[in-house]
Design a protein around this ligand. Structure first.
Ligand code: PLP
Length: 221
């Protein structure tokens, strides 16, 4: 069995064990295999194994890698987890099923209009910059509610909130904060947890775990 497949199986069993410990029922988080920088030959083992959710952070790279596999298997779902420029939205709506990084109304409007043109309904997460880190994307905590309302008013399918906690800090307090806000806004899904902290994201019922290096290995640049 290919290493990426054994890694994924291992992750799934750790998840199952943790959920049993937490005594959560009806909770089945989805593992998004974040395959950015890896070529499709390295990813194909997971595709053949039947894994369906993949994440990328660059539109052009996603188009090049995923157009053929998605045509061959319509069950594959592709997630945009990186920063999205408005001039790339047309291609993004073409290839992605989910966008996790909406953080401003200009971007939201562009996606809404491409959805109509392409007869698509891309599922959207609002990315929240919980620590107000300058270099990081995401809308600040105090502006989330307003952005969610605006997005809903233009018929975007907002399914939940996403965060990327600061490096070198305990992710849990950020997960906890995002979970509370998500519940307040009556949103159903959370996108949080990566290779180093997905186990702690389970306590807060994150249902989209974005896991890259723990599946595919260390990324080159
Ligand atoms: C790269 C990336 C991931 C996966 O990171 P790992 O630490 O390799 O699991 C998750 N989310 C986002 C937004 C990313 O850019």
């Amino acid at each position: 069995m290919h290493e990426t497949v054994t890694n994924l199986i291992q992750i799934h069993s750790e998840i199952k064990e943790k959920i049993q410990k937490l005594k959560y029922s009806n909770y089945n988080p989805i593992v998004i295999a974040v395959s950015k920088t890896f070529d499709i030959n390295h990813i194909s083992h997971l595709i053949n194994f039947g894994h369906l959710h993949y994440g990328e952070n660059k539109v052009q790279e996603a188009l090049e890698k995923w157009t053929v596999p998605k045509n061959e298997n319509s069950l594959i779902k592709l997630h945009m987890v990186g920063k999205l420029q408005t001039n790339k939205v047309k291609s993004a709506v073409k290839i992605f099923d989910y966008i996790h990084s909406v953080d401003n109304i200009k971007l939201a409007k562009k996606i809404a209009s491409e959805n109509i043109k392409q007869k698509k309904n891309v599922k959207i997460f609002i990315q929240v910059n919980l620590a107000d880190e300058e270099q990081k994307s995401g809308v600040s905590y105090s502006k989330v509610s307003e952005l969610v309302s605006l997005c809903k008013s233009i018929n975007l399918d907002i399914i939940g909130l996403m965060c990327l906690p600061p490096f070198n800090e305990d992710s849990e307090k950020f997960f906890s904060k995002l979970k509370l806000l998500n519940d307040e806004l009556n949103l159903k899904n959370l996108s949080m947890g990566m290779s180093d902290d997905y186990i702690s994201a389970l306590k807060y019922k994150s249902n989209y775990l974005r896991i890259g290096s723990k599946i595919f290995g260390v990324r080159g640049s």
